[in-house]
Write a protein that binds this ligand. Structure first.
Ligand code: ATP
Length: 260
Protein backbone atom coordinates (compact mmCIF):
# COMPACT_ATOMS: atom_id res chain seq x y z
CA UNK A 1 0.00 0.00 0.00
CA UNK A 2 2.93 2.39 0.59
CA UNK A 3 3.66 2.44 -3.11
CA UNK A 4 0.30 3.96 -4.06
CA UNK A 5 0.39 7.33 -5.77
CA UNK A 6 -2.61 9.55 -5.12
CA UNK A 7 -3.23 10.30 -8.74
CA UNK A 8 -3.32 6.74 -9.87
CA UNK A 9 -6.99 5.73 -9.93
CA UNK A 10 -6.21 2.17 -10.82
CA UNK A 11 -4.09 1.83 -7.72
CA UNK A 12 -6.88 3.27 -5.57
CA UNK A 13 -9.20 0.60 -6.94
CA UNK A 14 -6.69 -2.00 -5.85
CA UNK A 15 -6.65 -0.52 -2.36
CA UNK A 16 -10.43 -0.90 -2.18
CA UNK A 17 -10.11 -4.55 -3.11
CA UNK A 18 -7.47 -4.98 -0.40
CA UNK A 19 -9.78 -3.38 2.14
CA UNK A 20 -12.65 -5.68 1.16
CA UNK A 21 -10.38 -8.71 1.43
CA UNK A 22 -9.16 -7.54 4.83
CA UNK A 23 -12.79 -7.63 6.00
CA UNK A 24 -13.08 -11.33 5.22
CA UNK A 25 -14.33 -13.36 8.12
CA UNK A 26 -12.27 -16.32 7.03
CA UNK A 27 -9.17 -16.42 4.88
CA UNK A 28 -7.76 -19.73 3.71
CA UNK A 29 -4.29 -19.77 2.18
CA UNK A 30 -2.50 -22.71 0.59
CA UNK A 31 -4.37 -25.30 2.61
CA UNK A 32 -3.54 -28.86 1.60
CA UNK A 33 -3.21 -31.26 4.48
CA UNK A 34 -4.26 -32.22 7.97
CA UNK A 35 -1.30 -31.25 10.12
CA UNK A 36 -1.97 -34.09 12.57
CA UNK A 37 -2.34 -36.97 10.12
CA UNK A 38 -0.41 -35.45 7.22
CA UNK A 39 -3.23 -36.47 4.86
CA UNK A 40 -3.49 -34.16 1.84
CA UNK A 41 -7.03 -33.92 0.49
CA UNK A 42 -7.21 -30.31 -0.59
CA UNK A 43 -5.11 -28.84 -3.35
CA UNK A 44 -3.56 -25.57 -2.10
CA UNK A 45 -6.98 -24.11 -1.34
CA UNK A 46 -7.14 -20.30 -1.17
CA UNK A 47 -10.51 -18.76 -0.34
CA UNK A 48 -11.96 -15.63 1.27
CA UNK A 49 -15.28 -15.86 3.09
CA UNK A 50 -16.75 -12.36 3.42
CA UNK A 51 -18.33 -11.38 6.71
CA UNK A 52 -22.13 -11.55 6.87
CA UNK A 53 -22.63 -13.53 3.66
CA UNK A 54 -23.87 -17.03 2.92
CA UNK A 55 -21.29 -19.02 0.96
CA UNK A 56 -22.28 -22.31 -0.65
CA UNK A 57 -19.72 -25.04 -1.31
CA UNK A 58 -20.59 -27.46 -4.08
CA UNK A 59 -18.65 -30.15 -5.89
CA UNK A 60 -18.69 -33.83 -6.79
CA UNK A 61 -18.69 -36.48 -4.09
CA UNK A 62 -15.22 -36.86 -2.60
CA UNK A 63 -14.02 -33.46 -3.84
CA UNK A 64 -13.20 -32.31 -0.29
CA UNK A 65 -16.21 -30.14 0.64
CA UNK A 66 -16.64 -31.54 4.17
CA UNK A 67 -12.88 -31.51 4.68
CA UNK A 68 -12.70 -27.82 3.80
CA UNK A 69 -15.62 -27.06 6.13
CA UNK A 70 -14.11 -29.08 8.95
CA UNK A 71 -10.77 -27.32 8.60
CA UNK A 72 -12.51 -24.05 9.55
CA UNK A 73 -13.18 -25.19 13.12
CA UNK A 74 -10.24 -27.56 13.39
CA UNK A 75 -12.20 -30.80 13.23
CA UNK A 76 -9.64 -31.35 10.46
CA UNK A 77 -6.48 -29.72 11.79
CA UNK A 78 -5.00 -27.22 9.29
CA UNK A 79 -1.28 -26.45 9.40
CA UNK A 80 -0.39 -23.16 11.13
CA UNK A 81 -0.61 -20.13 8.88
CA UNK A 82 -3.26 -21.47 6.51
CA UNK A 83 -6.67 -20.58 8.02
CA UNK A 84 -7.43 -17.18 9.54
CA UNK A 85 -10.54 -16.00 11.39
CA UNK A 86 -10.80 -12.21 11.59
CA UNK A 87 -7.13 -12.07 10.66
CA UNK A 88 -6.00 -14.47 13.40
CA UNK A 89 -4.47 -17.84 12.69
CA UNK A 90 -7.04 -20.32 14.03
CA UNK A 91 -4.22 -22.59 15.19
CA UNK A 92 -3.35 -19.89 17.76
CA UNK A 93 -6.89 -19.89 19.18
CA UNK A 94 -8.14 -22.07 21.99
CA UNK A 95 -10.01 -24.84 20.14
CA UNK A 96 -13.11 -24.70 22.37
CA UNK A 97 -13.53 -20.95 22.01
CA UNK A 98 -12.97 -21.33 18.24
CA UNK A 99 -15.76 -23.91 18.08
CA UNK A 100 -18.01 -21.63 20.12
CA UNK A 101 -17.43 -18.83 17.63
CA UNK A 102 -17.71 -21.16 14.66
CA UNK A 103 -20.76 -23.39 15.23
CA UNK A 104 -21.45 -26.44 13.12
CA UNK A 105 -24.49 -28.46 12.06
CA UNK A 106 -24.27 -31.88 10.44
CA UNK A 107 -26.45 -33.86 8.08
CA UNK A 108 -28.26 -35.67 10.89
CA UNK A 109 -29.03 -33.93 14.17
CA UNK A 110 -28.08 -35.70 17.38
CA UNK A 111 -29.98 -34.42 20.40
CA UNK A 112 -28.95 -35.09 23.99
CA UNK A 113 -31.31 -36.74 26.45
CA UNK A 114 -33.83 -34.46 28.12
CA UNK A 115 -36.08 -31.75 26.75
CA UNK A 116 -35.55 -29.38 23.87
CA UNK A 117 -34.94 -26.62 26.46
CA UNK A 118 -32.23 -28.78 28.12
CA UNK A 119 -30.56 -29.15 24.73
CA UNK A 120 -30.67 -25.42 24.05
CA UNK A 121 -29.28 -24.66 27.53
CA UNK A 122 -26.42 -27.16 27.15
CA UNK A 123 -23.63 -24.87 25.86
CA UNK A 124 -24.31 -21.97 28.25
CA UNK A 125 -24.62 -24.49 31.12
CA UNK A 126 -21.08 -25.73 30.39
CA UNK A 127 -19.92 -22.14 30.86
CA UNK A 128 -21.85 -21.78 34.13
CA UNK A 129 -24.65 -19.69 32.61
CA UNK A 130 -28.35 -20.46 32.90
CA UNK A 131 -30.64 -19.34 30.11
CA UNK A 132 -34.08 -18.09 31.19
CA UNK A 133 -37.22 -19.52 29.58
CA UNK A 134 -37.55 -16.32 27.56
CA UNK A 135 -33.99 -16.71 26.24
CA UNK A 136 -34.67 -20.34 25.29
CA UNK A 137 -37.87 -19.30 23.47
CA UNK A 138 -36.00 -16.57 21.63
CA UNK A 139 -33.39 -19.05 20.42
CA UNK A 140 -36.09 -21.49 19.32
CA UNK A 141 -37.78 -18.69 17.40
CA UNK A 142 -34.48 -17.84 15.68
CA UNK A 143 -34.39 -21.45 14.52
CA UNK A 144 -37.97 -21.14 13.26
CA UNK A 145 -39.57 -23.15 16.10
CA UNK A 146 -42.29 -21.84 18.39
CA UNK A 147 -41.85 -21.86 22.18
CA UNK A 148 -44.21 -24.82 22.68
CA UNK A 149 -41.29 -27.04 21.60
CA UNK A 150 -39.27 -26.19 24.72
CA UNK A 151 -40.85 -28.90 26.89
CA UNK A 152 -40.83 -31.65 24.24
CA UNK A 153 -38.30 -34.46 24.20
CA UNK A 154 -36.16 -35.48 21.24
CA UNK A 155 -38.21 -38.62 20.58
CA UNK A 156 -41.33 -36.51 19.92
CA UNK A 157 -39.70 -34.57 17.08
CA UNK A 158 -39.38 -35.12 13.35
CA UNK A 159 -35.86 -35.05 11.87
CA UNK A 160 -36.56 -31.56 10.51
CA UNK A 161 -37.67 -30.28 13.90
CA UNK A 162 -34.68 -31.95 15.58
CA UNK A 163 -32.39 -30.23 13.07
CA UNK A 164 -33.89 -26.86 14.07
CA UNK A 165 -33.39 -27.71 17.75
CA UNK A 166 -29.75 -28.50 16.93
CA UNK A 167 -29.57 -25.09 15.25
CA UNK A 168 -31.05 -23.37 18.32
CA UNK A 169 -28.55 -25.24 20.52
CA UNK A 170 -25.70 -24.04 18.31
CA UNK A 171 -27.06 -20.47 18.39
CA UNK A 172 -27.07 -20.56 22.21
CA UNK A 173 -23.27 -20.33 21.97
CA UNK A 174 -23.65 -17.01 20.12
CA UNK A 175 -21.52 -18.09 17.14
CA UNK A 176 -20.24 -15.57 14.61
CA UNK A 177 -20.09 -18.19 11.87
CA UNK A 178 -22.23 -21.20 11.05
CA UNK A 179 -20.79 -24.21 9.23
CA UNK A 180 -23.55 -26.35 7.75
CA UNK A 181 -22.64 -29.73 6.30
CA UNK A 182 -25.56 -30.79 4.10
CA UNK A 183 -28.00 -29.77 6.85
CA UNK A 184 -31.14 -30.54 4.82
CA UNK A 185 -30.13 -33.64 2.88
CA UNK A 186 -32.20 -35.86 5.20
CA UNK A 187 -35.19 -33.51 5.25
CA UNK A 188 -38.44 -33.22 3.29
CA UNK A 189 -39.08 -30.08 1.20
CA UNK A 190 -41.08 -28.26 3.92
CA UNK A 191 -38.45 -28.92 6.61
CA UNK A 192 -35.77 -27.89 4.11
CA UNK A 193 -37.58 -24.62 3.55
CA UNK A 194 -37.85 -24.05 7.32
CA UNK A 195 -34.08 -24.45 7.71
CA UNK A 196 -33.39 -22.21 4.71
CA UNK A 197 -35.76 -19.57 6.17
CA UNK A 198 -33.91 -19.76 9.48
CA UNK A 199 -30.52 -19.34 7.74
CA UNK A 200 -31.76 -16.32 5.79
CA UNK A 201 -33.32 -14.77 8.92
CA UNK A 202 -30.02 -15.19 10.80
CA UNK A 203 -28.17 -13.41 8.04
CA UNK A 204 -30.66 -10.54 8.07
CA UNK A 205 -31.11 -10.15 11.83
CA UNK A 206 -27.60 -11.00 13.05
CA UNK A 207 -25.34 -10.60 10.05
CA UNK A 208 -24.40 -14.25 10.46
CA UNK A 209 -21.61 -15.54 8.21
CA UNK A 210 -22.70 -18.97 6.96
CA UNK A 211 -20.85 -21.58 4.96
CA UNK A 212 -23.04 -24.38 3.66
CA UNK A 213 -22.05 -27.57 1.87
CA UNK A 214 -24.89 -28.73 -0.33
CA UNK A 215 -25.52 -31.15 -3.18
CA UNK A 216 -28.43 -29.03 -4.32
CA UNK A 217 -27.58 -26.26 -6.77
CA UNK A 218 -31.16 -25.09 -6.42
CA UNK A 219 -30.68 -24.66 -2.68
CA UNK A 220 -27.48 -22.70 -3.25
CA UNK A 221 -29.29 -20.52 -5.79
CA UNK A 222 -32.08 -19.88 -3.27
CA UNK A 223 -29.94 -18.83 -0.33
CA UNK A 224 -26.25 -18.25 -1.11
CA UNK A 225 -24.56 -14.96 -1.98
CA UNK A 226 -21.49 -16.74 -3.34
CA UNK A 227 -20.80 -20.26 -4.51
CA UNK A 228 -17.47 -22.03 -4.35
CA UNK A 229 -17.00 -25.01 -6.67
CA UNK A 230 -14.54 -27.62 -5.48
CA UNK A 231 -13.20 -30.31 -7.85
CA UNK A 232 -10.54 -32.83 -6.77
CA UNK A 233 -9.70 -30.78 -3.69
CA UNK A 234 -9.22 -27.62 -5.75
CA UNK A 235 -11.31 -24.44 -5.71
CA UNK A 236 -12.03 -24.00 -9.40
CA UNK A 237 -14.68 -21.25 -9.26
CA UNK A 238 -15.95 -18.68 -6.76
CA UNK A 239 -18.82 -16.64 -8.10
CA UNK A 240 -22.39 -15.46 -7.54
CA UNK A 241 -24.87 -18.34 -7.95
CA UNK A 242 -26.69 -16.45 -10.71
CA UNK A 243 -23.43 -16.44 -12.71
CA UNK A 244 -22.88 -20.20 -12.53
CA UNK A 245 -23.97 -20.61 -16.14
CA UNK A 246 -21.06 -18.34 -17.15
CA UNK A 247 -18.47 -20.37 -15.20
CA UNK A 248 -15.56 -21.72 -17.22
CA UNK A 249 -15.07 -25.03 -15.49
CA UNK A 250 -16.96 -27.87 -17.23
CA UNK A 251 -18.06 -29.26 -13.86
CA UNK A 252 -20.11 -26.08 -13.25
CA UNK A 253 -22.06 -26.74 -16.46
CA UNK A 254 -22.52 -30.37 -15.52
CA UNK A 255 -23.96 -29.42 -12.12
CA UNK A 256 -26.37 -27.00 -13.76
CA UNK A 257 -27.48 -29.56 -16.34
CA UNK A 258 -28.08 -32.20 -13.69
CA UNK A 259 -30.07 -29.84 -11.49
CA UNK A 260 -32.38 -28.48 -14.20
N1 ATP B 1 -9.37 -38.72 7.56
C1 ATP B 1 -9.20 -39.04 6.27
N2 ATP B 1 -8.15 -39.77 5.88
C2 ATP B 1 -7.97 -40.10 4.59
N3 ATP B 1 -8.80 -39.73 3.61
C3 ATP B 1 -9.89 -39.02 3.94
C4 ATP B 1 -10.15 -38.62 5.28
N4 ATP B 1 -11.31 -37.91 5.29
C5 ATP B 1 -11.74 -37.87 4.03
N5 ATP B 1 -10.89 -38.52 3.23
C6 ATP B 1 -11.01 -38.64 1.76
O1 ATP B 1 -10.89 -37.34 1.23
C7 ATP B 1 -11.74 -37.16 0.13
C8 ATP B 1 -12.65 -35.96 0.36
O2 ATP B 1 -13.60 -36.27 1.40
P1 ATP B 1 -14.76 -35.27 1.81
O3 ATP B 1 -15.66 -36.00 2.77
O4 ATP B 1 -14.18 -34.00 2.25
O5 ATP B 1 -15.50 -35.05 0.40
P2 ATP B 1 -16.92 -34.45 0.08
O6 ATP B 1 -16.76 -33.59 -1.11
O7 ATP B 1 -17.50 -33.80 1.30
O8 ATP B 1 -17.74 -35.75 -0.29
P3 ATP B 1 -19.30 -36.09 -0.19
O9 ATP B 1 -20.02 -35.13 -1.07
O10 ATP B 1 -19.39 -37.50 -0.69
O11 ATP B 1 -19.70 -35.96 1.26
C9 ATP B 1 -12.47 -38.47 -0.07
O12 ATP B 1 -11.78 -39.19 -1.06
C10 ATP B 1 -12.36 -39.13 1.29
O13 ATP B 1 -12.38 -40.55 1.16
Amino acid sequence: METITRDDEQQHLMVDVDVIEARSKFRVRELTRDSETGVSILSRVCLDIPKGLIVGIIGPSGSGKSTLLRSLNRLWEPPAGTVFLDGRDICDLDVLSLRRKVGMLFQLPVLFEGTVADNVRYGPHLRGEKLTDTEVHKLLNLADLDSSFASKTGGALSVGQAQRVALARTLANEPEVLLLDEPTSALDPISTQNIEDAILKLKKSQGMTTIIVSHSIKQIQRIADLVCLLVNGEVVEVLKPEHLSEANHPMAQKFLELSS
